[in-house]
Design a protein around this ligand. Structure first.
Ligand code: ADP
Ligand code: MG
Length: 249
């Protein structure tokens, strides 16, 4: 079995079928990208897999565990992380505190102030926070309030918060949205680092096709909730259905 599998996954919102019989698989260590026009169902697919939405029908297996019916905390605890499209940052906490809170929450199921009394786990979480800040390149900003960061650093902090949950599989929903070219370049380097140094399996939603074609092992294409193509970058680039639905002829 693959690390992640969905079978005939369907999600309806009232009359809208946002996901329509989506069957995909992701192998451990792969970097897969999910592309498709706005409203195709990309964020919905991530939300359903990570437990924020429940599917109307279909199956989801992560490492052979059935995820349907599990809550987001349980799923995160299994090693499925995400970096959010919209901010999950506590603006008044420092960069370090934001990462630490996320790391605490993962160790203990939920964040509790009791935790600060437990020295052993406190040290573990602290070491992990330092590792993450170094990987992400936010060491110098560690003591700054999150709200004072420039946009690109905020987006990187979101990725750091996702990493703090120590995922084996990381979902990234448009991590470069709104970034400048240099911020985008840093984010792409970070994605490469995650694979090379952390061995994290990555599931990327990204609009920038240069990035998608550059980094992906495999690309899934969604159109109106349906998976219309699944292939290598070379296969997807030449796929007439993808060209028509998304790449503009
Ligand atoms: P994408 O991320 O590919 O742009 P989404 O997954 O956000 O697309 O949306 C897919 C479809 O589902 C859209 O028609 C959107 O309006 C609808 N949708 C998404 N989330 C909800 C929701 N919580 N309630 C109702 N409709 C939703
Ligand atoms: Mg989206």
């Amino acid at each position: 079995m693959a690390l992640l599998e969905t079978h005939d996954l369907t999600k309806e919102f009232g009359g809208i079928r946002a996901l329509d019989d989506v069957t995909i698989d992701v192998e451990s260590g792969e970097l897969v990208s999910l592309i498709g026009p706005n409203g195709a169902g990309k964020s919905t697919l991530i939300n359903v897999i990570t437990g924020r939405l429940s599917p109307t029908r279909g199956e989801i297996y992560y490492d052979e565990t059935d995820l349907v019916g599990m809550d987001p905390f349980e799923i995160a605890h299994l090693g499925v992380g995400r970096s959010f499209q919209t901010a999950s940052i506590f603006p008044e906490l420092t960069v370090r505190e934001n990462v630490t809170v996320a790391a605490f929450a993962t160790e203990h199921g939920s964040f509790s102030l009791n935790f600060f009394r437990r020295r052993d786990s406190y040290d573990d979480v602290h070491n992990r926070t330092d590792d993450i800040l170094a990987t992400i390149g936010l060491e110098e900003e560690a003591e700054l309030a999150a709200e004072s960061l420039p946009y690109g650093d905020k987006r990187r902090l979101e990725i750091a918060i996702g990493l703090a949950t120590d995922p084996d599989l990381m979902f990234m929903d448009e991590p470069t949205a709104g970034m400048s070219p240099s911020e985008t370049e840093m984010a792409v380097e970070l994605i490469h680092d995650l694979l090379a140094e952390w061995g994290t399996t990555i599931f990327l939603v990204e609009h920038d096709m240069d990035i998608v074609f550059d980094v992906s092992d495999r690309i899934f294409t969604l159109h109106q909730g349906r998976l219309i193509a699944d292939g290598t970058p070379a296969e997807i680039r030449d796929d007439p259905r993808v060209r028509e639905a998304y790449l503009g002829g």
